[in-house]
Design a protein around this ligand. Sequence first.
Ligand SMILES: Cc1cc2nc3c(=O)[nH]c(=O)nc-3n(C[C@H](O)[C@H](O)[C@H](O)COP(=O)(O)O)c2cc1C
Length: 345
Amino acid sequence: MSHLMMPYKLKGLKLKNRVVLPPMCQYSVQKQDGVATSWHELHYAARAVGGCGLIIVEMTNVEADGRITDYCLGLWNDEQMEALKGIVDLCHEHGAKVAVQIAHAGRKATGKEVLPIAPSAIAFDENSKTPRALETAEVKDLVQKFQESVARAVKAGVDAIEIHGAHGYLIHQFHSPLTNKRQDEYGQDLTLFGREVLRAAKAAMPADMPLLMRVSATEYAEGGYGIEEAIELCRAYQKEGVDMFHITSGGEGAAVGSRGVPGVHAGYQVPLARKIKEALEVPVIAVGRLDQPDYANGVVSNGEADLIAVGRGMLKNPNWTLQAAESLGLPIAVPPALAAGFRLK
Ligand SMILES: Cc1cc2nc3c(=O)[nH]c(=O)nc-3n(C[C@H](O)[C@H](O)[C@H](O)COP(=O)(O)O)c2cc1C
């Protein structure tokens, strides 16, 4: 039977355990230039020291106007790539593998000077700017930008790529019937943009590097999609080469999802991850209130998900993984300098 501290292998990615730090925006860029700072280095390296197997660096965007805020990370130039390399090297030095979430916020970009773009000119809510609908040629340019950012991430030394297709950001906006009302080919086939991004990403990655995709498995919104449609979305993306899905939910409805509470109890998204895993026979990461170690361990042991991600739990406690191993009585290598603080061998 699998457990939380057992190694895991996906193509060329070898993890020492099943614990993932999910992408979490730090909004901590100093000069609005998208370049990671010492904050980012310390934040990610601390979770590596704390025993986490896979660190997924926060939403890192393909163009300046594609960021949620002016203080979010980017990967549209080489200075940003060098800064990401600093994070990757530190995490590697301290035993964690690293992925980065490549993204575009679309209509959810809130930068001061930014006129957001989107598949269609529909605002997120009454407090948001109305986005400009992309021309067909501009959509193709964005696919190219995703590819360039992925290529930079690979050059920075990451071990995997995660494409952000969740939480109401650009790729999600294309595949949601709520936000894509286009008349061109990208409106005829709601997965076309996402599939083109994945194909472009794949072409910029080594063959043995896993391609992850984060997807909202239900929208909690009237007129939005649910789990059955999400399975079909994932099926289309899987055919394009996604090796593992990271299953979350919400983000498109103004009233719920990223702005509300879809019954956020322990493991609330695990049934969604399990359904996608079973329907498509694909590895999945489960996330969402999995910070109780015995619960998280049970999700892995029962085969409901392959990996579990702990977000807010690891914001609060960078040593979450070490403490989870201690409380579960499972083996883990503790950095000698921290050993006195744990009842671990
Ligand atoms: C401060 C913060 C920033 C986040 N930023 C991102 C992000 O960049 N990309 C993303 O896909 N999800 C983001 N999320 C969602 C988390 O990755 C995760 O799915 C969510 O917090 C639920 O997991 P948890 O209950 O373990 O915290 C963010 C969450 C928080 C709390």
